[in-house]
Design a binder for this molecule. Structure first.
Ligand code: CP
Ligand code: NVA
Length: 308
């Protein structure tokens, strides 16, 4: 029976906090949890959840994952805890480390997450920042792996804003040697430091491409992936971004140019008729709800490693 291994960094702030081997180990564990081949009881350990932004999938999948591990969660709502009052992160982190065994945080600035991790004596997990969404990417690559056994044969094209979700896909793609193409409007390209990090890891530099032409990017792609055009915290840019992202909708025309067996992914929540048409969202190519389910299995695997 597969057993969870301790992770060398014992935190998950970035997709690059784990090695390629650790990534593959988490995917194998996730499959075992999903297929009920392993059952692990971690004896009442506690996960603290701090969400400065809304969440359905991340929050609930963490709660259910902990419950399945014989553990529990405390949902720390910033508006009813002293976090919303502005208690310094370094104080909150040191206090929560005395109560909790692991802490998952969703916030705006990645540097705030790093500040929590600096002061916490327990593992900290990135539940989404403006820079990365690494737990999402674990589930995404689990979903891709279920469909295509060998990552080296996969071309993953992300169409949308080059921010958190795209960044994590790029970094994981680099770790796993998956060809990643990002199609985004000019001015919405991924963070140059993330691209630089990825190029340092990719053995074949041609496997990462950034373009503003979705029609060319999708040619031969096995996976088409999109995300909302306006992320949480960007609500005031919604009208402007809808104009800029015109032409970046995953629709039947774009899908017809991809590989004939291509699958469609979306991290959710989705705005139909904006980044994806209802027809494609609901089509038999969509693996969107398998992907959402896989958040649970991937995070159960991650937690089981971090709580060793
Ligand atoms: N995909 C994702 O992180 O969903 P939530 O915002 O609902 O957690
Ligand atoms: N890019 C989106 C992802 C939501 C899961 C956001 O940050 O709002």
């Amino acid at each position: 029976m597969l057993k969870p291994n301790k992770l060398a960094n014992n935190k998950f702030l970035s997709s690059l906090d784990i090695s390629r081997d650790e990534f593959l180990h988490i995917l194998e564990l996730a499959k075992s949890f999903k297929n009920k081949k392993i059952n692990i009881d971690l004896d009442g350990k506690v996960l603290g959840l701090i969400f400065d932004k809304s969440s359905t999938r991340t929050r609930v999948s963490f709660q259910v994952a902990m419950s399945r591990l014989g553990c529990t969660t405390i949902d720390l709502n910033p508006t009813t805890s002293q976090i919303g009052r502005g208690e310094p992160i370094k104080d909150t982190a040191r206090v929560l480390s005395r109560y909790c065994d692991v802490i998952a945080i969703r916030t705006f600035d990645h540097s705030d997450l790093e500040e929590y991790a600096k002061w916490s004596t327990k593992p900290v997990i990135n539940a989404l920042t403006d820079l990365e969404h690494p737990c999402q990417a674990l589930a995404d690559f689990l979903t891709i792996n279920e469909e295509f056994c060998d990552f080296k044969d996969v071309v993953l094209t992300f169409i949308g804003d080059g921010n958190n979700v795209a960044h994590s896909l790029i970094l994981c793609g680099a770790l796993l040697g998956v060809e990643v193409r990002i199609a985004c409007p000019k001015g919405y390209e991924p963070n140059s430091l993330v691209i630089e990090q990825a190029y340092k890891i990719y053995k074949n530099k041609n496997l990462l491409k950034i373009t503003d032409d979705p029609n060319t990017a999708v040619i031969g792609s096995n996976v088409l992936y999109t995300d909302v055009w306006s992320s949480m915290g960007e609500e005031n840019q919604k009208d402007e971004k809808e104009k800029v992202f015109n032409g970046f909708t995953i629709n039947s025309d774009l899908v017809s140019k991809a590989h004939k067996d291509a699958i469609i992914l979306h991290c959710l929540p989705a705005y139909r008729s904006k980044e994806i048409t209802n027809e494609i969202f609901e089509s038999d190519k969509s693996r969107i709800f398998d992907q959402a389910e896989n958040r649970l299995h991937a995070q159960q695997a991650l937690l089981s490693c971090l709580l060793q």
